[in-house]
Design a protein around this ligand. Structure first.
Ligand code: ZN
Length: 499
């Protein structure tokens, strides 16, 4: 069969796999939003069947042959990129022996239950045997996936951030950690933002109308998406239809705004992927780090900027009414940038969040490389929290048992959160320069040029370039922590009135 046909065959199969994944996504979205509790058991069966059908397509024996035909007769550049990514997916889907896949799945579900119960009891020793088993399985998985020059940890991280290696991350993180710790100490001496607004009670319908208006202004397309509610906000794509969720607390409208802008940023990326390539890797998000950069850019660089609040404050007053009394754009801007080192990663502010991630990065690498005994994890965790965040961990529940990730086998995942922050800052700086100043645009509520810049430089490319190449093409420089830390220092020195 000549190569063009082989490529068409690959595309047809890949399209079916995408449709099946999208159907799973719809089932999963429903499960998290509207599904009645009694439907849980059958829903799990449905999801399992869909996963099996997707896997059958991803590992179809004909793929190897089609891929090698394509390699012998490469098409144009986008086609070559699509074939490269299909090869990557095929290798990943076929490299793990069936026995290991089954053992991982069984261990994940039981380890997660053990983790939840250990966390409730705040007792690491209950989770310890499961974590030992999970780490051993992850080491086996890494050995199957490992390519030339990769460490075991690198092989696992590559699943989430293609091409990223621990050695590169250490170089990015070391100078960043020093400056983040120094910044945290400086802010202790600065002028703390007024927290009155944070505690004002605002009815949910008012909060909802407000955050919907903001996400609409960002350019989220409600004709091809929805916003609903869930305990933990998320964004999921169902073949060109993008579902966001958010949450409301009576006394914390800034949490609802931040969460919705965050998920809205993810949603704009999904809505911006090129629909004409649906089913091909060219229409898929390139990495978790790049995905997270889109959410953090809107949540932080837009939503926590002074210029944004100058535009947003009148909108807030209109929707939130008396809750805004006695407050101003300036006071709420300052409050949205409050820094308070804490024990819990998901509650962390913008300036200390990455320190939480660095603790996990260091520890999981040591676990996977066998340099840290699992029994020593809680003590080492507590030590790093003291050194990086200056806080004392009182118990395992608020210490090393707080995150679900390791119990689900997600090793190499945490750093993508910090990568998201670094990419976001570098994209924001590049957009600022190319658009002749973002502040002016945000101040007038004109978000279109920023959204279009992101579409042109990030969204439309799907997986055509690696994350590193995408970053370099969009910003003219390899990824660095400088734009991020410079932005944070500049903003927080201003908010905290530090000269
Ligand atoms: Zn996110």
């Amino acid at each position: 069969m000549p190569a063009p046909d082989a490529y068409q065959q690959l595309l047809a199969l890949s399209r079916e796999a995408s449709l099946l994944s999208a159907t799973s996504a719809l089932l999963a979205w429903d499960q998290e939003t509207y599904m009645p509790t009694g439907a849980g058991e059958r829903r799990a069966d449905q999801l399992e069947l869909m996963a099996r059908l997707s896997h059958e397509r991803a590992t179809d024996e004909r793929i190897a042959d089609w891929l090698s035909q394509c390699a012998n007769a490469p098409g144009d550049e986008p086609q070559q990129a699509a074939v490269r990514e299909m090869q990557r997916d095929y290798d990943r889907a076929t490299k793990l022996p069936g026995k290991l896949v089954a053992e991982l799945a069984a261990t994940e579900s039981r380890a997660q239950q053990a983790w939840a119960s250990a966390r409730d009891a705040s007792d690491f020793t209950e989770f310890q045997p499961w974590l030992e088993k999970m780490v051993a399985l992850q080491q086996q998985k890494a050995d199957c996936l490992k390519q030339d020059g990769q460490t075991r940890w690198d092989a696992l991280a590559d699943l989430y951030e293609p091409g990223m290696r621990a050695a590169d991350l250490k170089n990015l993180f070391a100078p960043l950690r020093q400056r983040l710790v120094a910044l945290r100490q400086q802010l202790d001496l600065g002028k703390k933002p007024d927290e009155t607004f944070k505690h004002r009670e605002i009815p949910e319908p008012q909060q909802e109308a407000f955050v919907r208006a903001v996400v609409g202004s960002m350019g989220f397309d409600f004709e091809r998406g929805r916003i609903d509610r869930s305990t933990h906000p998320f964004c999921i794509s169902i073949a060109g239809d993008v579902r966001l969720t958010t949450r409301f607390h009576k006394d914390n409208v800034l949490d609802a705004l931040g969460s919705t802008m965050h998920e809205g940023g993810h949603g704009l990326y999904e809505q911006g992927l090129p629909t004409q390539h649906f089913g091909s890797p060219l229409a898929e998000a390139v990495s978790l780090g790049i995905h997270e950069s889109q959410s953090r850019l809107w949540e932080n660089h837009v939503g926590r900027s002074q210029a944004f609040w100058q535009w947003c404050w009148p909108q807030a007053q209109q929707h939130l009414d008396t809750a805004c009394a006695g407050q101003s754009a300036q006071s709420v801007y300052a409050l949205s940038n409050l820094v308070a080192p804490s024990l819990i990663r998901v509650e962390a502010d913008e300036a200390t969040y990455d320190l939480h991630v660095m603790v996990r990065f260091e520890l999981e690498q040591a676990l996977i490389d066998g340099d840290l005994k699992i029994a020593d994890l809680p003590a080492r965790w507590n030590e790093l929290y003291h050194d990086y965040l200056g806080v004392t961990v009182p118990d395992d529940r608020r210490g090393c048992l707080q995150d679900v990730h390791w119990s689900c086998g997600l090793f190499g995942y945490f750093p993508t959160y910090t990568l998201g922050n670094l990419y976001a800052a570098q994209f924001a700086a590049a957009a600022d320069e190319s658009l002749g100043g973002l502040d002016q645009l945000l101040q007038s509520g004109d978000f279109t040029p920023l959204r279009e810049w992101l579409h042109e430089h990030v969204h439309q490319h799907g997986r055509r370039y690696s994350p590193a190449e995408l970053c370099e093409r969009a910003t003219g420089a390899p990824l660095s922590s400088e734009p991020f830390i410079n932005y944070l220092e500049r903003k927080l020195h201003h908010v905290y009135e530090i000269a």
